[in-house]
Design a protein around this ligand. Structure first.
Ligand code: 13P
Length: 247
């Protein structure tokens, strides 16, 4: 399986920030892993024009469940594909919190993405209170069952495990905690989509940076990362891509 280093710019970036993309491509013309950046929707077309012919892929951070219609302010997966996106993140914890997205909505978004020919990156993860209560695996298992479309394949699904308490905090789970969740996810996914589960990339996300990337990428069933803050600068994301390529 080809591993995946994915960056989520969240609501950050500008046309001027696209200079970072040129730097990243120049530093990593042919990485051993896949390399993806998901900028705000307004930058997808411009970024897609820059990366054409390079190893860098462009993705989006959300999509609507429908392909078109009266949904003011929303963007469909088909539109993202036309703009040059190959992937779309769905169900990020910030969208689940800020916009009240449910597992059922996340599943519908993932299905819309896959129908449009995009790879759906489905995010899940426990809150700190859920981890403290010892319900991490139950929470994650339920999210996976209800957010992953049944017809998913290794080619159109990526799962990102992002503990909510590790996002943007500088805190990361222990190696044993990440290994436990990723092993559980692989097994649970097999129960849902069968043999395809073996080829689905399972990303870890939450305070991944150059200094901890190699340790995280050495963990079994960690097939890459979904990186927030450290994906904004080529000088930070580049070393993470290099660490994954070497893993
Ligand atoms: P940070 O890498 O900034 O912790 O964000 C992780 C994340 O939410 C990626 O989607």
């Amino acid at each position: 399986m080809r591993k995946l280093a994915a960056g989520n710019w969240k609501m950050n970036g500008s046309l001027a920030a696209l200079a970072e993309v040129n730097d990243l491509i120049a530093a990593h013309p042919a990485p051993a892993c896949e390399m993806l950046l998901c900028p705000p929707a307004t930058l997808i077309s411009a970024m897609a024009a820059i990366v054409r012919g390079s190893a860098l892929l462009v993705g989006a951070q959300d999509c609507h469940t429908h392909s078109a219609g009266a949904h003011t302010g929303d963007i469909s997966a088909l539109m993202l594909a036309e703009a040059g996106a190959t992937h779309v993140i769905v169900g990020h914890s910030e969208r689940r919190t800020d916009h009240g997205e449910t597992d059922a909505q996340v599943a519908a978004k993932a299905q819309a993405a896959q129908a449009a020919g995009l790879v759906a990156i489905v995010c899940l993860g426990e809150t700190e209170a859920q981890r403290d209560a010892g319900t991490t695996l139950a929470v994650i298992g339920a999210q996976l069952d209800a957010s992953v479309p049944e017809a998913s394949t290794a080619a159109n699904l990526v799962i990102a495990y992002e503990p909510v308490w590790a996002i943007g905090t500088g805190r990361t789970p222990t190696v044993a905690q990440i290994a436990e969740v990723h092993g559980f996810l692989r097994q649970r996914l097999a129960g849902r989509i069968g043999a395809e589960a073996a080829g689905v990339r399972l990303l870890y996300g939450g305070s991944v940076k150059p200094s901890n990337a190699a340790e995280i990428f050495a963990i079994a069933d960690v097939d890459g990362a979904l990186v927030g803050g450290a994906s904004l600068k080529a000088a930070d994301f580049g070393p993470i891509v290099a660490a994954l390529s070497a893993a």
